[in-house]
Every structure is written in C-alpha cells, then in structure tokens.
Design a protein around this ligand. Structure first.
Ligand code: SF4
Length: 363
C-alpha cells in the first residue's frame, strides 16, 4: 500500500489522523483488503477501495519449491520487475529475502540481477508491500496472528505464533545501501508485521558510506557483507564495486560497525568451483577477517565476523558451484583458524530462488 498516498487520501477526506494507523494495523496483520477493516466506516472502506490500490505491487508469477520456499515476481505500478522470497523452516521460522531496487547497477558477474538493466530504487511502500504479500499468504495458511483476529501472543522481539514471519534480509535485487532512506523507512514498519530490528539484516557489497551510516542508526539492524573473495584482484573481477571500495577499507568499516554496535557482522561467501574455493583462499579469508588491532575480535573476545558459505545457485553465468567436499574443507580451514563459519542450506533451487533468476527468465 502506498502509505504516503494513504495519508494524502485520508487528509483529503478530512479523516481523523488515527485512521492511517488503523488501516496500517489491519494491513500489517495480514488483512486481504479494505473490506476486512471492520472498525472503519463502510463509506471510508469503499472510498479507499476505489481510490487506493491495496498493494503498490502486482503479483506476476509465484513458484513454490518442495522445501516450502516461495518466490514471487512482482511488477511496480510503472511496470518495473522485482522479486522476493519466503523461506519456511521446520522449526517454524519464516524468513524473507526482500529487494531494495528493481535491477541493479553494480554488475557482479555471478549474479542474475547484475545482468538485468537497472530500473530504479524501490519506495519504502514497495519494499513493505513485498513483506505484506507474504504476511497475507501466511495468515491465509492459518497463521495465529490472522487478519483482525484476536491479539496473538507476543514472542521475543514482537513476533507471533509459529507461522509468523520472524526474520528478514535485504539480499534480494539491488544494493540496499544505495537506497538506504527507503530501506530504513521500510525497516521502521517491519516490527508491526512481526519482524524485529534485531532479526533484520541489511546486506551490502561493501558500500562504505552506507555501512558508516548504518553504524550510527538507532535501529539495531544487522549487517552482512557480501565478500566472495579475499584477494583484491579476484574480488574486483567478481564485483566491480571493489575498484571503488577496496576490501581492506570495507573490512575496516565493518570492524568499526562491530565496535560501535556490538553486533557481529555476517560475511557472505558464495562458493564458485575453481574460482574462490581453494584451501589457500580460505586461509587468505581467515587472515583478512582476523587482522586488525584486536585480531578481529571484540574486547570481550567475540569474533567480529561470522562467515556464511553459500552453495552457488546456478544462473546463466560462466560459474558452477563448488562441490560439497570443497565447501566442507573450506569451512574446516576457516574454523581451524578461529573464524566461525556455517554453510547455508540450499533452498528453492528448483524454482530459481537466487536473486534475479525469476525476473531474468520472465524477461
Ligand atoms: S549481487 Fe547484489 S549488488 Fe551485486 S549485482 Fe547482484 S543484486 Fe547487485
């Protein structure tokens, strides 16, 4: 829902100021339309249905994988494509991957979005509408915090029952730091949907001004760095942005974020066969993350970084994914050198769940 247009529409009708909050509360709880907002006058519900589209996005396609992962392809009102993904886990967690831009100008060579033309930044409402789409879907599947239903029991960080969406990462299309005002505007709304700030991660390729701004931000959001190669030359090849912000400076900025916020920084590392998955490259990564005045640790001794190794979801690129054995030995080398490390579960592979794949195929 275009929340600015909502304010304007209500102001034009001389509605009291609390009406916007009422409408938003219904939407955040998974209402499927204005007609469900029974504490609004019927005439207002009808007027809103006439004048204000319930979502700023139109669903173009949706695919569900056997592991429960759902990927949605949307179009904005001016026809720009974007994607979002819902991941469902056996323990009840629901996690979203949201887009911040339609397309991306940063042309990382392993990324399907990087091969699409950049269209524009998404508004805060267009970002929130991705989350609301899945909020409605989960409510329809029987989420306990259903539309207008009784107050759901609140868990940690304002989350609700087992079908509630609890986590979110800005790891979809686009570089969030290049649209940070709108990303932060959306983050302010996410707790109403059930996603607390401490469970919201903003991922960056290393856009230092954005990292610095996030370090000063009041909301306790998490930071993830897409790193992918510890060697400057290889990283520049994979991610041209490295020419502008070299890795050593980016790591310093992440360390400063960690020192300021006392939040560990996630390092994303996509495993590409024969490109960045060798033993000595693991050692170089461990060295890069462990260097610095405190050996890469906080004063309390906690490592500043945690690495997530990501099995590559094949796109129409020259790369193939590393073998399971290569990933395991890379992980072993990192852990042997004191760098905490996990291997991300592969999800939604059969539905092109990696960033930009669905939009690329649809275009
Ligand atoms: S990985 Fe992220 S920053 Fe790089 S091209 Fe893809 S969407 Fe853009």
């Amino acid at each position: 829902m275009d929340l600015e247009l909502l304010d304007q529409t209500l102001a034009d009708r001389d509605e009291p100021r609390f009406r916007a909050r009422q409408v938003w509360t219904w939407a955040a709880r998974g209402a499927r339309g204005y007609e469900q907002m029974t504490d609004l006058p019927a005439s207002l519900r009808e007027a809103l249905a006439r004048e204000l589209p319930f979502s700023s996005l139109t669903l173009q396609a949706e695919a569900q994988a056997s592991d429960g992962t759902v990927k949605a392809l949307f179009a904005t009102a001016d026809g720009r494509p974007l994607e979002a993904v819902l991941m469902r886990y056996r323990d009840g967690r629901r996690s979203l991957c949201l887009s911040s831009q339609s397309g991306c100008a940063l042309t990382c060579t392993f990324c399907a979005t990087g091969r699409m033309p950049f269209a524009r930044n998404l508004s805060a409402s267009e970002i929130v509408d991705q989350a609301l789409h899945f909020r409605r879907a989960e409510a329809a599947r029987g989420g306990r915090r259903d539309a207008g239903g009784a107050k759901a029991p609140r868990g940690r960080e304002g989350t609700a029952g087992p079908a509630a969406i609890t986590h979110c990462a800005f790891m979809g299309m686009g570089e969030p730091m290049l649209n940070l005002d709108n990303v932060l505007g959306a983050c302010e709304r996410l707790p109403d949907i059930g996603i607390g700030h401490r469970r919201t991660t903003i991922s960056t390729v290393g856009w230092i001004p954005g990292i610095e701004r996030l370090a000063e931000e009041q909301m306790p959001l998490r930071l993830a760095l897409s790193l992918h190669a510890a060697d400057e030359a290889l990283r520049s090849e994979l991610m041209p942005v490295n020419e502008r912000f070299p890795l050593r400076d980016v790591i310093d900025a992440c360390r400063a974020f960690h020192a300021r916020k006392r939040r560990r920084v996630f390092v994303e590392y996509v495993m590409l066969a024969g490109v960045n998955d060798r033993y000595e490259q693991a050692l170089a990564l461990a060295r890069a993350l462990s260097s610095g005045p405190t050996g890469g640790r906080s004063r309390g001794g906690q490592p500043a970084f945690k690495v997530n190794l990501i099995p590559y979801n094949p796109t129409d690129s020259p790369y193939t994914g590393s073998t399971r054995e290569a990933i395991a030995s890379f992980r072993g080398a990192l852990e042997a050198h004191g760098v905490p490390c996990t291997v991300r579960l592969t999800r939604g592979r059969e539905i092109d769940a990696a960033c930009g794949q669905l939009a690329a195929r649809a275009s």
